[in-house]
Design a protein around this ligand. Sequence first.
Ligand SMILES: [Zn+2]
Length: 344
Amino acid sequence: MKAVVFHQHGGPEVLKYQEVPSPTTAPGKVLVQVKAAALNRLDLFVREGWPGLKLQLPHIPGADASGVVLQVGDGVDQVAPGDRVAINPTISCDRCAYCLRGKHNLCVQHSILGEFEPGTYAEQIVVPAANVVQLPHHVTHAEAAAFSLVGITAWQMLITRGRVQPGEDVLIVGAGGGVNSAAIQIAKLAGARVFVVGSNAAKLSAAEALGADVLIDREKEDWPKAVFRLTGKRGVDVVVDNVGQASWMGSIRALRPGGRLLVVGTTSGPHFDLDIRYIFAKQMAILGSTMGSRSDYATVIQMLFDGRLRAVIGAQLPLSEGRQAQELLAGGTVYGKIVLGVDS
Ligand SMILES: [Zn+2]
């Protein structure tokens, strides 16, 4: 089969589109013909590598995909060849105490598809049968691929971890990005008033189209001060900040006393010098989150199927252009998910 692979860590130039051995199915697993694969920042981090990361090379990146079942392994009866499926990108052992309690993303062997094992930038992939969900015909493969990782991530962050309540004020820092696009919609569905801080009018109007109630242009005003003013000097109940280093001070200022700061990532850098007095004086909670349980995935993907949430797709390229797709993602100019279409 054809796949996008890298033989060494580095910049986008290490990505090659080439012939690789096709995967074979195994008991409890399914072989899926990939129809669409979506990009995530994780793919860039894996390609660049980090200290201690030991991958079997060449490595196929990619966490998100949707496709058609080609073969099923022994013991698999929930899907059959020919079924259209969406893929949950959370990989877990299914045996540890956390998995047995349904907390798959706390699994001692938790990982993400394409992180430590072969990913989705390929014509075929083998995944555990428990990771596939039947995809209804009215939902496209591109939509399912574009929604899966950001959907499960935003759902667990806001609902399972953040426990957002009707009537609360939720501030989302950054109008672009897949997780934020899902987070705006989910916070709105949860009954919150949604504030979005963005860097330009186009991104803010896209956020408004997804349901954002209050738009703040950070190029035009000091945004924590604007939040203070717009909430009657109170601050918001919840801040979602995956920008990190560059914005955390503003996010802490924008929180009300007793507020929650939710974090699933950091696009501007991981280090932040935090004055610990803010944590207790403001009685704030910092809640980290990553991926979600199988139940979180089932819930959020059903909402996509029901049309209550939607995928935001910014660009579609053929699989052979995996390198160009990653360059587009790194450039940050595309609003919405970048999807690789696999035609074969
Ligand atoms: Zn486990």
